[in-house]
Design a protein around this ligand. Structure first.
Ligand code: AMP
Ligand code: GLY
Length: 422
């Protein structure tokens, strides 16, 4: 039986731990650092640096490490663990550039004809501003590097764009991530996410899911890390072959040609406009909150899937899905994605934990000894996932079950999944 270490602290990592827990091959599952909600189900351990992670892996006879987020991947955790013969799911630092550098991703897409918005790259403020003259608005500005999901600005006119360029490039609003920027045309359509499990040579792609990035109903308010998701997205199912042919196959062979073969989970964020599909972004890991709807629907043994990634046998895997729909509603701290109070009570009626087809995945939560309950400790706090035989059934059941969580500090969107009904 195999021991697993999941790296990360969010609802995505809780879901990944659950997927491993359902495997017939797994024994102990650890999450580093996890959070006090995950701690109710799995052993959580304090965050360590690379050497500390290696020591933990060796001392606890860990057979496989699954890296949840992009930060450690972009710092080279996979290269480090692989060099010590540890099995790890997640791309090398070079391959992770597909997410950690928008300039790298854009150049690659252009070179290999992968459909994406027209764009130009700048490292000088004055040339970036000159480029704006004569462009159509809105226009999209993207800081090159990782900026915790905040590095994309949609400017509705010249003045706004000019100000944002100065903030990014001169005031270094996103630090060094803004030394270069990509300016790209605004794409119209509907967004969707899709993942590919890749072994460096081959891949298998998942069903489509849809995130809800804006803070408020009807896609109003600021962009967040994601306020909810659903899967599958029936209206896009017919486009899967097109996505494989136009996007996954060429980008993975491009990465291989450029000597940075991708092994792990590749995430394509797409803009779909009738039959036209463009890549908005690639990420080098599973999405959050998309994972909270994709993994509960996946029927394959997750450890076997991960083994196929690390053994380069993904071509033998046929992904199988529950004949159900999944919806996840994110409970976020009031004020998020801007500032919010922390340390406020959250009461969870434990009867929800026994319900079939309902799951709570924990993110920004902490135990309070004084209050004797969980309190909020981050922007996105809990994802409540519900499965149903139809999308409407899954939506209704997710919203009906929110009553089991009581807190004055939490809020949520009321329209998760609605677009899937249209
Ligand atoms: P990203 O961090 O690249 O996912 O971008 C954040 C969000 O900005 C995306 O989910 C889209 O909603 C939006 N976005 C990014 N690029 C474009 C684009 N070229 N056209 C329209 N919206 C975009
Ligand atoms: N759901 C957006 C992300 O994971 O980046």
């Amino acid at each position: 039986m195999k021991n697993i270490l999941v790296l990360g602290s969010g609802a995505r990592e809780h879901t990944i731990a659950d997927a491993f827990n359902q495997s017939k091959h797994t024994d102990k599952i650890f999450v580093m650092p996890g959070n006090d909600g995950i701690k109710k189900y799995y052993q959580t351990v304090p965050q360590e640096d690379f050497n500390g992670i290696l020591d933990f892996v060796e001392n606890n006879k860990i057979d496989l490490v699954f890296v949840g987020g992009e930060q450690l991947l972009s710092e080279g955790i996979s290269d480090f663990l692989l060099s010590h013969n540890i099995k790890v799911i997640g791309p090398t630092k070079d391959a992770a550039q597909i997410e950690s550098s928008k300039v790298f991703a854009k150049n690659l897409m252009q070179k290999y004809n992968i459909p994406t918005a027209n764009s130009a790259i700048f490292n000088k403020t004055s040339s970036a501003i000159s480029y704006l003259k004569g462009k159509k608005f809105p226009i999209v500005l993207k800081a090159d590097g990782l900026a915790a999901g905040k590095g994309v600005i949609i400017a509705s006119n010249f003045t706004e764009a000019e100000l944002s360029i100065k903030e990014i490039m001169l005031d270094k609003k996103f630090g060094e991530a803004g030394s270069q920027i990509v300016i790209e045309d605004f794409l119209y359509g509907e967004e969707a996410s899709i993942f590919a499990f890749c072994d460096g040579d081959n891949y298998v792609s998942t069903i489509f899911s849809q995130d809800h990035k804006r803070a408020f109903d009807e896609d109003k308010g600021l962009n967040t890390g994601g306020m909810g998701a659903f899967a599958p997205v029936d209206k896009f199912t017919k486009l899967k072959k097109q996505v494989d042919e136009q996007i996954f196959t060429p980008i993975l062979s491009a990465l291989k040609k450029e000597n940075c073969s991708f092994s792990g989970v590749l995430y394509a964020g797409l803009m779909i406009n009738n039959e036209n599909i463009s890549v908005i972004e690639f990420n080098c890991r599973l999405g959050d909150p998309e994972t909270q709807v994709i993994l509960p629907l996946l029927k394959n043994d997750f450890y076997e899937l991960c083994t196929a990634i690390s053994n380069k046998t993904i071509h033998n895997i046929n992904l199988e899905w529950e004949d159900k729909y999944a919806v996840t509603v994110v409970l976020a701290s009031k004020g998020y994605p801007e500032s919010f109070e922390k340390g406020k009570q959250i009461y969870i009626d434990s009867s929800i934990e026994k319900k079939q087809d309902i799951k709570l995945y924990y993110a920004g939560v902490k135990d309070s000894k004084e209050l004797n309950c969980l309190v909020n400790n981050g922007g996105r706090v809990i994802s409540l996932t519900s499965l149903g035989i139809s999308l409407i059934d899954a939506i209704n059941s997710a919203y009906n079950n929110l009553k089991f969580i009581k807190s004055d500090i939490l809020r949520f969107r009321h329209d998760i999944g609605k677009k899937g009904l249209q």
